[in-house]
Design a protein around this ligand. Structure first.
Ligand SMILES: [Zn+2]
Length: 462
């Protein structure tokens, strides 16, 4: 090993160790130190990977798709290293490879799967020289960190220029901005949906059309079919550019059976639909495409995904696709106010919805008049969720309470059936946080449903 590379790795390890010991868990510092000591550290370490590196980028679904791709690769027993969800800038990518380095000629892993921030793509591509690049989709970022969507797309396009001969580009055919990145390239594997688009409000719920103009000539696209937002089957009426035919196409899906049928190079295979929501069909299709791009057989991918479990959040928080679920038991007025205060404390981070589930079984307390002692008037003034969901045996009482607290009834979805409303709420909260506030027995029902959906294996008691 080159002495400066060795010094960079050792220095970064030492810094990582010291910051862990002192309780500061900063993940970018080791990457920073390593690059200071030896600027080519990431380039050199990436070059040592026997198979090569995968860069996964896009606005939504990166973490879920990465988790599925990781699972597919690991099921095949191939040694893999990957970054944590937050460590997707150049320092995080550097730290990830540095941490995995061992003092041997061959590195510990022969594949690196790196979730990469869009704006980091040009630099990551140039230094890492990826063998596979996956682009999920492009949506306007809530903070608009990189200005216009087209700027973000341009960053990713520059990253793609680093894809060498023999490399594969996996793109979402249904997203015009993502699809056009493959224009005229022979090395693209497209994925997309071809099943019946929902005609219900669910498909319309995401309806911000972030990118409805032809990326080639700027004319407004015509859509024959739309799944959500600008994802669908489009055609430019002016220049004729259209959605490319996907190599990996989800041709049908069943919510009831959590099943999806995917055409892979002409052959239809059934897969478990692991996570709720249309956007998770896309995530799973992207993962299947990545597996196919790496040469995995469809049956092997199917068997692998059948045992996929999403990463477990900490304590009461867990992820359902790119939707964050946050659960807190409510059982009395004081506790409820505290929970609403906690929601207020962290909800300013971004969009969110609130689901309240009130039962009146023995363990909940038979009398629900306590709901009138919760200061909803105060909290509904401060909190502005996208939507309120109300469920449980006493859903009606709770809905009336919200109404008296000044919440317009068109902002409230009421359904006594917990499973049904939970599925709907999760679908509609894509990419954001759903705060679920159930009474005790309602909590058990929510937990059971999350287990059924494959989202929860074990859950902290509380
Ligand atoms: Zn056009």
């Amino acid at each position: 090993m080159n002495i400066r590379l060795l010094a960079a790795v050792l220095a970064a390890r030492l810094v990582g160790w010291v910051s862990r010991m002192s309780g500061r868990g900063g993940s970018s510092l080791p990457g920073l130190i390593a690059r200071r000591v030896y600027p080519s550290v990431l380039r050199d370490l990436a070059a040592k990977l026997e198979w090569g590196a995968i860069l996964l980028t896009g606005t939504n679904g990166k973490t879920t798709t990465a988790a599925m791709v990781r699972h597919i690769i690991e099921t095949e027993g191939r040694p893999l290293l990957s970054n944590r969800a937050g460590a997707n800038l150049i320092l995080g990518l550097t730290a990830t490879l540095v941490q995995a380095e061992r003092w041997r000629i061959r590195p510990r892993a022969d594949i690196a799967l790196l979730e990469t921030d869009e704006a980091t793509m040009p630099r990551a591509g140039e230094e890492i020289q990826p063998r596979l690049i996956i682009v999920t989709n492009f949506f306007r970022d809530q903070l608009d960190r990189y200005g216009e969507l087209t700027t973000t797309v341009r960053y990713v396009a520059r990253g793609i220029e680093s894809l060498g001969p023999g490399g594969v580009l996996v793109l979402n055919a249904d997203d015009p901005q993502a699809a056009q990145l493959g224009y005229g390239r022979p090395d693209v594997l497209y994925f997309g949906l071809e099943g019946e688009a929902a005609k219900t409000a669910e498909a319309q719920g995401y309806d911000a059309m972030d990118a409805r103009f032809c990326p080639r000539c700027g004319t407004e696209l015509n859509y024959a079919r739309r799944y959500y937002a600008h994802l669908g089957h489009y055609l430019c009426p002016d220049c004729g550019w259209r959605r490319p035919d996907p190599h990996i196409a989800v041709v049908r899906w069943s919510r009831k059976d959590h099943e999806m049928w995917v055409r892979i190079h002409g052959q239809v295979e059934s897969f478990q639909w692991r996570l709720p929501g249309i956007y998770n069909l896309y995530n799973e299709a992207a993962a299947i495409a990545a597996g196919a791009a790496m040469g995995s057989r469809p049956t092997a991918i199917r068997e692998s995904l059948a045992t996929f479990r999403p990463a477990f959040g900490r304590m009461e928080t867990l992820m359902a696709g790119d939707t964050r679920l946050w659960l807190a038991l409510v059982k009395n007025p004081v506790g409820f106010n505290q929970v609403l205060s906690a929601v207020f404390e962290e909800a300013h981070e971004g969009g969110f919805s609130v689901m309240i589930v009130i039962n009146d079984r023995y363990a909940d307390g038979r009398d629900v008049s306590w709901l009138w002692d919760v200061d909803f008037e105060h909290w509904t003034e401060k909190l502005s969720p996208r939507r309120w969901y109300v469920s449980g045996l006493r859903a009606r009482d709770m809905a009336v309470r919200l109404k008296y607290a000044g919440v317009p009834s068109d902002q409230v979805t009421v359904d006594e059936n917990v499973n049904r409303i939970l599925g709907k709420a999760m679908d509609q909260t894509g990419g954001e946080t759903l705060y679920i506030l159930p009474t005790y027995t309602a909590m058990l029902e929510v937990r059971q449903e999350l287990t059924q959906l494959g989202l929860v294996r074990h859950f902290r008691e509380g």
